[in-house]
Design a protein. Structure first.
Length: 146
C-alpha cells in the first residue's frame, strides 16, 4: 500500500503524460480524486502525506484513475462542479458548466434591460437567508429562463 505522497508522486506524471496536462494540473486532479476517495479536504492531504491508503481506498482510487485516463471528465468522476461559487450535481446526463459560461452569464446580466434585471446581490442576500445561495440560484435560473 502507498501513502498519499507516494500516490501523488506515482500517479500525477502518468495522468500528465496520458492526458497532455501540465504537472500542476495533473497533481491537482490526483488530489481531487484522493479527496473524493478519502472523504477529506485538500488541507488534510497536505497535512498528512504519510497516511497510507487501505486496500479499499486504493482500489477506489485506481478505478477512478482508470476512468480519468480514458478521458472521463473530472466533474463526472467527482459528481459535482462549482459554478458561480455554488456546487452543482453533475452526472453523465448533464452538461458540465465551464468557466467561460460564468463570463457569458455575467455579460448577459449586464445587458438585461433595467426593468427585468433582478435586484442587486446585496438585496437578494438579505431576503435569501444567511448563506446567500438561494438568491444566487434564483438569479442563475432567472438568467437561463430568459
Amino acid at each position: 500500500m502507498r501513502s498519499i505522497a507516494d500516490t501523488l508522486r506515482a500517479e500525477a506524471p502518468l495522468l500528465a503524460s496520458t492526458l497532455a496536462l501540465d504537472a500542476s494540473s495533473a497533481r491537482i486532479e490526483i488530489q481531487c480524486l484522493l479527496q473524493q476517495v478519502l472523504g477529506v479536504q485538500r488541507a488534510y492531504l497536505l497535512a498528512h502525506p504519510e497516511q497510507v491508503l487501505n486496500a479499499a481506498q486504493h482500489a477506489a482510487l485506481d478505478a477512478m484513475l482508470q476512468r480519468r485516463l480514458q478521458g472521463e471528465p473530472m466533474a463526472h468522476l467527482l459528481g459535482e462542479r462549482e459554478f458561480f461559487g455554488l456546487n452543482f450535481k453533475v452526472t453523465s446526463a448533464t452538461l458540465i458548466p465551464r468557466p467561460d459560461t460564468e463570463l457569458l452569464v455575467e455579460l448577459a446580466l449586464q445587458r438585461l434591460p433595467p426593468f427585468i434585471t433582478p435586484p442587486p446581490p446585496s438585496r437578494q442576500r438579505e431576503r435569501g437567508g444567511v448563506d446567500g445561495k438561494r438568491p444566487v440560484r434564483k438569479r442563475l435560473v432567472f438568467v437561463y429562463w430568459i
